[in-house]
Design a protein around this ligand. Structure first.
Ligand code: ADP
Length: 254
């Protein structure tokens, strides 16, 4: 084994150990909290006020949701990285999928305003529609959870005729991302360490999954942010007559 091979193997081993340690921490934190509050409810039920019982049960529910989200994201990452995740490409008009994602998020964040602005006669693109919807849900969920109640989120879809691309942007007026952290947010388990972010639930996998899916489908993702809010932009090539979903599916099998 050459020195380079040995270094690569050590780096891989270290990355694997870091991954296990982060996942264990992410699993242990909500589990410890669930067990603690369940113990308190079991041992001191009669001494607790009804408000305390509701508060503790709500924490158990929130922490269980956090675990479910983590397990779902871990399964998605593992599937993506094992290359067993076959993408079902179709040439589609993506507006109905964007609308469906906006409606889903709207029902979860009832105090935000969602403002959609779509150009006319937009081109179709060649994507896996489930994965495309997952990208939209992740971006809309982040825009919503990192914005205070009552704020607006703008969803814009337009065509860039010069580059023959479709441009989708999700803009919020939330807490923003510090300049020095902007390159890290697409890394696995990367969360910004600030008092504001710590109050908001997340596991730092959403944008890693989003970027991986966008790039798998030959798209690009960009972000701009200031203390007034953030804008995530996803760019896909407009589909042409030469683009064929079946051919793309077969290519993955070779
Ligand atoms: P999480 O589950 O923590 O939201 P993500 O991978 O989706 O994980 O995002 C990574 C980090 O990027 C978040 O923890 C947050 O600090 C930051 N971030 C993502 N989207 C936004 C946004 N719209 N506004 C402000 N910060 C954001």
């Amino acid at each position: 084994m050459t020195e380079l091979d040995e270094k690569q193997l050590n780096d891989l081993e270290q990355a694997h150990l870091d991954f296990i340690s982060t996942v264990s921490h992410e699993l242990r934190t909500p589990l410890t909290s669930i067990r603690g509050f369940a113990d308190t409810l079991l041992n001191s039920y009669d001494r607790l006020t009804p408000e305390q019982r509701v508060k503790f049960l709500s924490i158990i529910k929130d922490q269980s949701n956090r675990l479910i989200k983590l397990v779902e994201n871990l399964l998605t990452v593992s599937k993506m990285q094992s290359n067993k995740d076959l993408l079902v490409y179709k040439t589609v008009d993506v507006l109905p999928f964007i609308d469906a994602a906006v409606q889903m998020i709207k029902s979860q964040y009832i105090s935000h305003n969602y403002i959609c602005n779509y150009d006319k006669n937009l081109p179709k693109i060649l994507v896996d529609t489930d994965k495309f919807q997952q990208i939209m849900l992740n971006l809309l969920d982040n825009a919503s959870k990192y914005s205070p109640d009552g704020k607006s989120i703008w969803i814009k879809v337009s065509q860039d005729f010069d580059n023959n691309t479709l441009i989708i942007s999700v803009k919020d007026e939330g807490i923003g991302i510090p300049k020095e952290d902007i390159d890290k947010i697409f890394n696995k388990f990367s969360r910004i360490d600030s008092p504001l972010t710590r109050k908001i639930q997340g596991n730092g996998l959403g944008l890693f999954i989003t970027k991986t899916l966008v790039e798998k489908m030959d798209g690009q993702i960009k972000v701009q942010s200031s203390d007034k809010g953030s804008e995530f932009t996803v760019i896909f090539k407009a589909a042409g007559p030469e683009d064929n979903g079946l051919k793309k599916i077969k290519e993955q099998l070779c």
